[in-house]
Design a protein. Sequence first.
Length: 355
Amino acid sequence: MSTERDSELSFIRPDVRAMTGYTPGEQPRGGRVVKLNTNENPYPPSPLVLEAMVSAASDAVRLYPDPMASDLCRRAAEVYGVAADQVLAGNGSDELLMMVLRACVGPGDAVAYPVPTYSLYETLVQIVGGRAVSVPFDRDFVLPVDGVVELAGKVTFVCNPNAPSGTVTPLAVIDEMASRLKGLLVVDEAYADFGTSTATELIERHPNVVVLRTFSKSFSLAGLRVGLAFGPQPVMAELAKVKDSYNLNRVSIAAATAALNDLDWMRANVEKVRRTRARLTEELTKLDYDVLPSDTNFVLARQPGINQEAVYKMLRAAGVLVRYFDLPALRDALRITVGTDEEIDALLAALRAAR
Ligand SMILES: Cc1ncc(COP(=O)(O)O)c(C=O)c1O
């Protein structure tokens, strides 16, 4: 149905007008909240990162940054064991997802992924006028490989470990899938540091695999917006053509490079998160939740058949923010970010008090 507003906005693409747009997790400003809703790291970044940021925030900001963030890509190549021309930096891995779609997907082209997964994929596909096609995971979040391959996407996204389930698909399965897919396979490894597996080695064996990493989670840099893509050099060269010309700023480049120079700091934080994750899982189980095994910095806690919206609202009123998804497959679940031990104690106290 066309409205008066539609005719006023006739210069906007009809499919954009029909979109709802992405709804990011709530980012409260001020006030005291226990923020366990958007999978940020509860621990600060390395002091080396803060030093590098201060030194980059100089008069040099009158000059444009390095368009290819070459220092960062060189350091990332050393750390992740790939060649420098197999690395591309993005303004968050969200921008790298968009670059993939801009480069590969035209109006009506299929983009495939299993669901539920990272909900931004759908919005980005809509923005480029593509066609999002999906196949459901089962209750245990086993990747439906045949179903995904049959969707024959020009691009296939596999979030591994998956969000919001936290579950991981073994490398051998991803490897086999890459062989069977004709299109590009993008393995979104935003949470890989909290688990044990990565598909980075596949970029040497498959011409159609891109692996994405982010500094937002394990490196505690969500506010700076830096991500990395690893892929075969010819693919990276094509993606580079469609990026924003100066997509990373000077401060972000310096910070991410410094973060890669203090991996011990990141690994120590990851270890703390893993320990708290184990305790959180145990305590939630005692509170009658089924908790999926998580390779991430969050857990998906379910009470089969019991809608969790009231629990989400109760927690919110108690000053604890978690994520509730109003989707058929997820209404009986809460996604809870692993915070500090004190934050998790506050969550558990609120859950116990409500029993
Ligand atoms: C699966 C997944 N991919 C990508 C991102 C976004 O990462 P970035 O902050 O690097 O854009 C997120 C953020 O929550 C995520 O959950």
